[in-house]
Design a protein around this ligand. Structure first.
Ligand code: PAF
Length: 313
């Protein structure tokens, strides 16, 4: 098994590092700012896991290594550029973020045939500052990670064991991530899985951020019109790109995630509350960009992008 190299010291990156520590997976962590890297993690069972110190700079990786970027899409270009000289042996790269656009960034910098995996996770983690000025990470909810290989021309493998014949390097990287932070579910059609997550984020994130509410409140009737409009626009755009969605199922799925994560404040809510840049461009902004290319009007998504941007300046 190769070593897992984790770029970034955000909540999910630190959760992965802590989980690697817990499960005996060899790893290195490369946060942008070593001062804000969590030093320990609080696990759901009350356990405290001490993280190993961060590694100061990238190093040459071998093909069996796995390099994961649990970063925001807008941080990806700079991070990949920094790593590019160290990827000559083509270790597997995994992108793990909310929203869309990472695949395009990776394609530009790494090329369309690079051993790449795209992933989305529903594990919950919170990075917390301590009174002494340090940071720790709190595992707030067990979820699952969906992962797939967008650069395989036409992946025929339905299962991970079938993928290990078609693309053993990618199958091994998925196994490494599954050993680190299970469960990891292989998705033959990862783009559909990512668009599904996009539909959820496109409704929950801007509404919770704009109205300063927990996820559960977006199911209220006062948001019905907006929810319907977002889901209808999303479905038209997704269909225009050959992805099979229907608006009613999209809407029902959004409601069920909002209920299941009801007590949470969404990541966009937290970004606005902490004065950080939001992921609006990679979520509703992505829907707007993709709609424009096909000449589809998406007034609700366009309005939400404007309103969230007005909040976060
Ligand atoms: O971005 C988030 O907060 C999460 O993806 C989700 C699913 C909306 C739950 O809070």
């Amino acid at each position: 098994m190769g070593k897992l190299h984790i770029v970034g010291g955000g909540a999910i990156g630190s959760l992965i590092a802590a989980s690697a520590q817990k499960n005996g997976v060899p790893y290195e962590c490369y946060p942008r700012d070593r001062k804000t890297m969590p030093t320990y993690a609080h696990w759901l069972d009350g356990q405290t896991i001490t993280l190993k110190p961060a590694t100061p700079s990238p190093c040459l990786l071998t093909q069996s290594d796995v390099l994961i970027f649990p970063l925001k899409v807008y941080q990806l270009n700079a991070a990949l550029l920094q790593w590019l000289p160290h990827l000559t042996q083509k270790p597997t790269v995994i992108l793990l973020h909310n929203g869309m656009g990472g695949h395009e960034v990776a394609k530009d910098l790494l090329g369309g045939d690079y051993p790449l995996l795209l992933a989305t996770t529903s594990h919950g983690a919170l990075k917390v500052s301590t009174s002494s000025g340090g940071f720790h990470v709190k595992y707030t909810g067990v979820g699952a990670t969906q992962i797939g290989a967008p650069n395989l021309d036409k992946p025929i493998s339905q299962t991970l064991s079938a993928l290990s014949k078609e693309a053993p390097q990618l199958a091994n990287a998925i196994a490494t991530l599954d050993k680190t932070l299970p469960p990891v579910q292989y998705q033959r059609n990862i783009l559909k899985a990512l668009w599904t997550k996009l539909s959820i984020n496109a409704v929950i994130n801007p509404l919770t951020a704009i109205y300063n509410i927990q996820n559960k409140f977006i199911v209220n009737s006062e948001f019905e019109q907006s929810r319907n409009a977002i889901c209808n626009e999303f479905t038209q755009v997704a269909n225009a790109y050959g992805l099979d969605f229907d608006a009613q199922t999209v809407h029902e799925n959004v409601l069920s995630v909002a209920n299941a994560t009801g007590e949470n404040y969404s990541s966009m809510h937290q970004d606005v509350a902490h004065g950080r840049q939001t992921e609006i461009d990679a979520i509703n902004g992505y829907i707007v960009d993709m709609a424009m290319k096909k000449g589809i009007p998406v007034p609700e998504n366009t309005l939400l992008v404007k309103r969230v941007k007005a909040l976060s300046v």
